[in-house]
Design a protein around this ligand. Structure first.
Ligand code: BTN
Length: 268
């Protein structure tokens, strides 16, 4: 089942720098790939491309991201932050906060697992894939790709987290247009805040939704496994883990593969 998205109505509600245009397709390979192509052609910041279904949807760490047509929100946004390439560690974090706050507008209490898993009651509601392109030191563009499960689908299988969806969380399946608008507005609001006021507000907001802080975690970093207690993010958005020896290790690229019992999601 697929509910129609009125792209003009969505665009009218958006917040710069996620200001549109909004383009919606019935089927694409990957919305991240389409945004990257448009970015290379010179498209402006704020372009949104979404689709009812993706044939080559990608998740983090090379995994496939699959959903049956119309049962998920699948979209990507083009950003052009004026930052050097080495100074964008907070972009995936700002994106996570923006999406979570957009969903909170709909009454969904989303907790975050570093860097940007969207978790409700210990299950994964969605995820974010940020991809960057730079020329030398300069960041050319960034893609923020978001996948949110709207209805149950046989394609949603358990990975590290059991999947969940908005219909199960809210009791009735919300219209995708309503969800898309709220999430894009959250993204726009938090990207603007990150551009204008820097990293500190983003880190504070993430800390308020951080489901790992104080918990025993296992993090896969390349070929090795790190175990310890998660103690929040550092100034660059890396996950800090205190190991048994007392040393604090900052992980800038890795995957949380284990965590002790996840606490209830924050309200609102
Ligand atoms: C994750 O692994 O948790 C991130 C999933 C991100 C999936 C979205 S769906 C829209 C966009 N296009 C893609 O190919 N991937 C992202």
């Amino acid at each position: 089942m697929s509910d129609r998205i009125d792209t003009d109505r969505v665009q009218a509600a958006l917040v710069a720098p996620v200001g549109g245009p909004v383009v919606w397709a019935s089927a694409v390979g990957s919305t991240n790939d389409l945004i990257a192509m448009r970015a290379r052609e010179g498209a402006s910041e704020g372009l949104v491309i979404g689709a009812d279904v993706q044939t080559r949807g990608r998740g983090r760490r090379g995994r496939a991201w699959e959903a049956t047509a119309g049962d998920a929100l699948l979209f990507s946004v083009l950003l052009r932050p004026s930052r050097v390439a080495g100074d964008v560690g907070l972009l995936p974090i700002a994106a996570a906060v923006g999406v979570a706050e957009g969903l909170a507008e709909l009454g969904v209490a989303v907790g975050l697992v570093w860097p940007n898993d969207l978790i409700v009651d210990g299950k994964k509601l969605g995820g974010i894939l940020c991809e960057l392109s730079s020329t030398g030191q300069a960041l050319a563009w960034a893609v923020v790709g978001v996948g949110i499960n709207v209805r149950a689908s046989p394609l949603l299988v358990a990975g590290r987290w059991e999947p969940t969806n908005l219909a199960d969380v809210l009791g009735t399946p919300p219209a995708r247009e309503v969800v898309l608008t709220a999430v894009l507005r959250g993204l726009g609001t938090w990207c603007a805040r990150w551009y204008e006021t820097g990293d500190a507000p983003v880190l504070r907001a993430f800390a308020g939704r951080d489901l790992l802080a104080g918990r025993n975690v296992q993090v896969t970093v390349g070929e090795s496994t790190l175990r310890g207690v998660a103690i929040g993010l550092d100034a660059a958005g890396a996950l800090q883990v205190r190991t048994a020896s007392g040393a604090v290790v900052a992980v800038s690229s890795g995957e949380v593969t284990g965590v002790d019992a996840i606490p209830p999601a924050p309200s609102g």
